[in-house]
Design a protein. Sequence first.
Length: 116
Amino acid sequence: QVQLVESGGGLVQAGGSLRLSCAVSPSIFSFSAMGWYRQAPGTGREMVVTITGGGTTSYADSVKGRFTISRDNAKNTIYLQMNSLEPEDAAVYYCAGRGGVLYDYWGQGTQVTVSS
């Protein structure tokens, strides 16, 4: 059974940093690509960043230069390092896996709150 479990969310002041983790089971290689998405109250879910199995990344313009995605294949984990956080970054962050064409596997989400 495929599972994605996020951790690392919390409350941080504007300008601060957080690192999110997503543990993948049974294997990170179950997916051709993985990504982080987020959803703030009253808005739709938006892509933050994706990473392919080959390491190609794609970032939303709003996070370029501040967020960094990485993957540790040996630990079956992907990470999202978030620096210079802004109140607009506050949202529930979801880890997602692309099994085929679509991102069709999702974690339960982790809350990120940024105080101004």
